[in-house]
Ligand binder design. Structure first.
Ligand SMILES: [Zn+2]
Length: 276
């Protein structure tokens, strides 16, 4: 069995502030130990469930948050910036299952610690086929394209609830309860790791989803930016159009889900140039 793990950071137990998860920040070393602890627990659980090949894609910020020496020896590591498929780089149809580890709620969710949707300084809201979505559903476009089931999502309860709107719903491991965007009540790291270890095992055995996520085709993605300038710039990309009546929103759609995700990544990268 071949497993793909995309790791974010905000959804790890004990994490409540950017100061714990950005390279060079005060509590970063502590934060990355917490992330690694949950990741290695997930890998252990997956191995016990029969996983043989495991690829970890470090997907948060600089995308070099994981110490290669401390990563579980059974996994290989994809890290570093400028990955064409970003949080989903490295996935292809040879994989049997996906884990989203340490994920977080969408930018508009209430009581969701460190909530955002890719870029909190550019994207105000993302929708797929009219429904407000976060990173789990956006990344699920790639999973759907390659036909790989999303077996497990870990994070706070908002993240898991958002992820379980996918069809079919992934198994969830809740490791904290968000109080606000900068406060949460977390399990002790030891307990969080035990919960993730068990959930990883179950997600690949008795709770394994029957199929990859599905989206009605054609699929439409709509992004609302913080400023009209960002939307204007987004509409320079072929296939992307401004939404009538909303100067801050763009829309693009089609049947090719990988193509939609690539367009989304292009818009994320492009609008970075307008963030002050
Ligand atoms: Zn992140």
């Amino acid at each position: 069995m071949k497993l793909y793990i995309s790791t974010d950071f905000e959804g790890v137990a004990g994490i409540v502030d950017w100061d714990q998860i950005m390279v060079g920040s005060h509590d970063y070393e502590m934060g990355r130990r917490l992330l690694l602890g949950e990741l290695n627990a997930a890998i252990d659980g997956a191995l016990q469930a029969g996983a043989q090949t495991i690829l970890v894609n470090d997907s948060h910020s600089s995308m070099r948050n994981l110490d290669p020496e401390q990563l579980h020896g059974a996994a290989s590591l994809l890290s570093g910036k400028h990955k064409p498929l970003y949080m989903m780089e490295g996935l292809d149809s040879s994989f049997d299952a996906i884990f989203f580890l340490g994920y977080h709620g969408s930018i508009g969710a209430s009581h969701a610690v460190l909530s955002h949707s890719y870029n909190p300084r550019a994207i105000w809201e993302a929708r797929i086929n009219g429904e407000v979505v976060g990173e789990t559903a956006l990344n699920a476009l790639v999973a759907a394209h390659y036909g790989v089931p999303i077996a497990l999502v870990s994070g706070d309860e908002v993240t898991v609830e958002e992820a379980q709107r996918l069809e079919p719903a992934p198994h969830g491991a809740i490791v904290k309860r968000s109080i606000s965007r900068y406060a949460a009540e977390s399990l002790h790291p030891t307990l969080a790791r035990e919960r993730i270890h068990q959930a990883a095992h179950d997600a690949l055995t008795m709770r394994k989803p029957a199929s990859a996520p599905t989206f009605p085709r054609p699929t439409t993605v709509e992004l609302t930016f913080l400023t009209a300038d960002m939307a204007e710039m987004g509409a320079w990309v072929r296939g992307v159009e401004l939404v009538e009546g909303n100067a801050r929103a763009v829309r693009f759609g089609g049947d090719d889900l990988l193509d939609l995700f690539r367009t989304f990544v292009t818009l994320v990268m492009l609008t970075r140039g307008l963030v002050e």
